[in-house]
Write a protein that binds this ligand. Structure first.
Ligand code: BV8
Length: 267
């Protein structure tokens, strides 16, 4: 595999670039790194991107940071309650389903590490190795850390402000189980993702702008260890110049096409 600068493969979305199909066919262990673009075709807004994202409308440091929560928990909780309601109402897309089918098809080990806090990979039937930025649905007390198992009140329409639920143990506010900017990643999550990249034959980077660290460092580390890295993204990203192949396509068109091609012509 030449490591010269990857040539964008301007093929129609359903056609699988030969180099990508060959790398996938030869692989026994595939690690898939996903970001918000993986869930975009399910209707989950991305954070950035040409068509606008959450961060255009909402300031991440106000809504996705400890400082923002300390300053105004009702504002932050209302935002996460909206996102919980939104994700619940949406379905996994053909990309999520294709990854589950690939993993369950046998003959290849497919491991998923994601930045996404939604549960669409799991609802598509995939096991997720690591939610490196946490889980929208894993609610816990913001003070004593006790898990919150009750059903939080989710307003039908988005509201500006909503008081967070109270912890059954200590009565303090309950927060979403996500990682906020400046926050520590879940115990072992980054290491699990890193290990899965280092002993992979192929790393697929799907739907991420590659801006948020340390997750964004994974493709480079993998490639530095001689692992083939392929980016699937309709747009150029900070990662594009550092991968072996870029496939300018969307998650829900590229992944089903790839898995179909492999099923049609297995290794
Ligand atoms: C930490 C949960 C220890 C909350 C999120 C090194 C250098 C610089 C900065 C740092 C550094 N190390 C640490 C930092 C600070 C910071 C950081 O990276 N800042 C950035 C902004 C510069 N990192 C942290 O704070 C991390 N913690 O490092 O702790 C520490 C602490 C302090 C200092 C040192 C060390 C924690 C970061 C986690 C924050 N939490 N989410 C919530 O969801 O509310 S991040 C959140 O935004 C998501 O989880 C995701 O990670 C990120 C969004 O990125 P993407 O998923 O890539 O989405 P984006 O919208 O950007 O792009 C979408 C892409 O999809 C686009 O490319 C688009 O083209 C593509 N696309 C669109 N449609 C499709 C598609 N692709 C395919 N198909 C489609 N249909």
């Amino acid at each position: 595999m030449t490591n010269s600068a990857p040539q964008p493969t301007d093929v129609s979305p359903i056609e699988v670039p030969t180099a990508v199909r060959e790398a996938a066919r030869a692989a026994r262990r595939v690690t898939v790194l996903t970001g918000a673009g993986m869930s975009a075709e399910s209707g989950v807004p991305t954070f950035r991107g040409a068509k606008g994202g959450l961060w255009e409308e909402f300031d991440p440091m106000t809504l996705a940071s400890q400082r923002g929560w300390d300053a105004d928990p009702d504002l932050v909780w209302a935002w996460y309650a909206w996102r919980i309601g939104l994700v619940r109402a949406l379905e996994p897309n053909a990309g999520h389903r294709a990854l589950a089918r690939w993993a369950n098809g046998g003959g290849v080990e497919v491991r998923i590490a994601t930045q996404n806090v939604d549960d669409l990979h799991e609802r598509a039937g995939s096991e997720v190795l690591a939610h490196v930025h946490g889980d929208l649905f894993a609610l816990r007390c913001s003070v004593c850390g006790a898990p919150f198992e009750d059903e939080p009140e989710i307003p039908a329409e988005p509201v500006q402000r909503l008081e967070p639920p109270l912890c059954g143990e200590c009565g303090e506010y309950v927060r979403p189980g996500v990682v906020w900017f400046g926050g520590m990643l879940p115990e072992g999550a980054f290491d699990a993702a890193l290990d899965a990249c280092l002993d992979a034959d192929l790393v697929l980077v799907v739907g991420t702008s590659g801006i948020v660290y340390p997750f964004a460092s994974l493709p480079d580390i993998a490639r530095g260890h001689g692992v083939t890295v392929v980016e699937i993204n309709p747009e150029d990203t900070d990662l594009s110049s550092g991968v072996d192949h870029v496939w300018r396509a969307t998650a829900a068109t590229a992944l089903p096409a790839l898995v179909e091609a492999l099923e049609a012509d297995p290794a």
